[in-house]
Design a protein around this ligand. Structure first.
Ligand SMILES: [Mg+2]
Length: 109
């Protein structure tokens, strides 16, 4: 399932269950995404089964895609993902291990 398909499924769920569904609800949805991130982190720290961690991470995706549906309704999130992936792949090493290796090389000089 692609992101745009997921947005449609989430919209149907939101309408069926009477969840928040207005542009003014966007901050709540983004806050809920953060809360779900915390739940995922907590599940991981407690050593809960992977199924529970994955479920919490899916909750994050639900809220993010739901917020995107209202915040930028004209955007195709599959296209945005591909564009952003290409952009990130084209970036020089700046963070993470590649960055550290580069720093180490400079420190040795
Ligand atoms: Mg949850």
């Amino acid at each position: 399932m692609q992101l745009e398909d997921m947005k449609k499924e989430i919209k149907a769920l939101v309408i069926a269950k009477g969840f928040y569904n207005k542009p003014e609800d966007i901050p709540k949805k983004l806050l809920f995404a953060f809360i779900e991130l915390g739940e995922a982190s907590d599940a991981w720290k407690k050593g809960l089964p992977q199924e529970k961690i994955a479920e919490e991470l899916i909750d994050v995706i639900f809220y993010i895609l739901d917020a995107s549906r209202l915040a930028c309704p004209d955007m195709n999130m599959d296209e945005v993902f591909q564009k952003k992936l290409s952009k990130n792949l084209g970036r020089p090493f700046q963070y993470g291990e590649g960055h550290r290796l580069k720093q180490d090389e400079q420190t040795e000089k």
